[in-house]
Design a protein around this ligand. Structure first.
Ligand code: UD1
Length: 339
């Protein structure tokens, strides 16, 4: 297939592009480079050994999106582009609705108009908010607790309504749990802008000596060690699910949503231990107050993806931390690598 990949130079988009190229799809990538660099293109091409087409494009520009589709001749779209930080979305909700929902409206309209009927959407477990029951399956009520989460639900609703009225459309929304790790080649990984918001990038910067201490947000949760539990899943496993998802939307019409996780939860302290093993470095931490809005425990029931996509997360926690570290290390200054 000739696949349009939005947000192709981002963390998950870049890994997915490599997997798509590996199985023989052609990738036409777009990105506005607001949270990534055009240099990621070379890393994708090196990792996959094949070229991609890349355009700088802001999906909020409706005319530009239509122009892209006029010339594109796409068979399918995988839509990654968007902002992803809960805290930032609380401070700047309009930005989130514009970049996540507004952009998706332009994309959906152009796809429908050009009869590009197969779409895979990058969603998040954040749509479930603080779920009452665990593990979280797709029947768990959607109840987001942040503007970011509500934008993901809004886009899922948009695609669901589109499919309900246009029987040829097929959209699969993939709800990622906590993607971590990096491509085993060391060429691709997560490049946070400024101070990292997420756990793994922060832990790795502490291991690298770029930050002195990790703040663990809350040590008094009702969990075995008192810290929050999440379902961490290797970004390459997530990327591979998109290859399966393309097959799925090729054969099944309508809207559907599936969880992508391992089905196992790990605490923040377990992550620190795994990262100490993977990095062979000390990771000093202190337990501080809880972070507002954090659920104590959330992990996936990935049965639907296991059965209907034939997909299963394979990497264990040590592998994920090791791969994350390999990328981080490759991008450190030489003196930090040696220490
Ligand atoms: C959130 C979103 C998820 C989104 C992800 C990426 C929810 C439920 N999940 O995940 O959809 O894809 O962000 O933006 O909204 N922690 C620390 N110290 C730190 C950083 C994090 O202790 O410096 C802890 C957090 O309290 C949490 C865990 O580490 O328990 C993971 O945090 P984080 O990486 O930010 O991901 P989530 O908040 O789970």
């Amino acid at each position: 297939m000739r696949v349009l990949v939005t947000g192709v130079t981002g963390y998950i988009g870049s890994h997915a592009a490599v997997e798509l190229l590996d199985v023989g799809h052609d990738v036409v990538g777009v990105d506005d480079f607001s949270a990534s660099s055009p240099s990621v293109r070379a890393a994708i091409e090196r990792a996959a050994g094949r070229p991609i087409e890349l355009h700088e494009l802001d999906l909020r520009n409706r005319a530009a999106v239509n122009c892209l589709f006029d010339k594109g001749n796409f068979d399918a779209v995988i839509h990654f582009a968007g902002r992803k930080f809960v805290g930032e979305s609380m401070d700047r909700p309009v930005r989130y609705y514009s970049r996540n929902v507004g952009a998706s409206i332009n994309l959906a309209a152009a796809a429908q108009r050009h009869r590009v009927e197969k779409i895979v959407f990058s969603s998040s477990c954040t749509v479930y908010g603080n779920p009452a029951q665990l593990p979280v399956n797709e029947a768990t009520p959607v109840a987001p607790v942040s503007p970011y989460g509500r934008t993901k639900v809004a886009v899922e609703d948009l695609f669901s309504d589109l499919c309900a009225t246009d029987p040829n459309m097929s959209v699969l929304s993939l709800r990622y749990f906590n993607p971590i790790g990096a491509h085993p080649s060391g060429l691709l990984g997560e490049v946070p802008q400024g101070t990292p918001n997420n756990l793994l990038p922060y832990v790795m910067q502490v291991a690298a000596g770029q930050r002195s201490t990790l703040s663990v947000f809350g040590g008094d949760y009702d969990t075995a060690d008192g810290t929050c539990i999440r379902d961490y899943v290797h970004v390459v496993d997530i990327a591979k699910a998109h290859v399966r998802a393309l097959d799925y939307v090729d054969h099944v019409r309508g809207f559907d949503a599936m969880n992508l996780g391992t089905g196992r939860g790990s605490s923040v302290l377990e992550i620190i231990t795994a990262c100490r093993i993977a990095t062979r470095r000390d990771i000093p931490y202190q337990i501080v107050d809880r972070r507002a809005g954090d659920a104590a425990v959330i992990f996936a029931d990935p049965t639907r993806a296991n059965i209907d996509l034939g997909w299963r997360a394979e990497a264990n926690l040590t592998q994920m931390c090791f791969d994350h570290w390999r990328f981080e290390r490759a991008h450190l200054a030489p003196e930090a690598q040696a220490s």
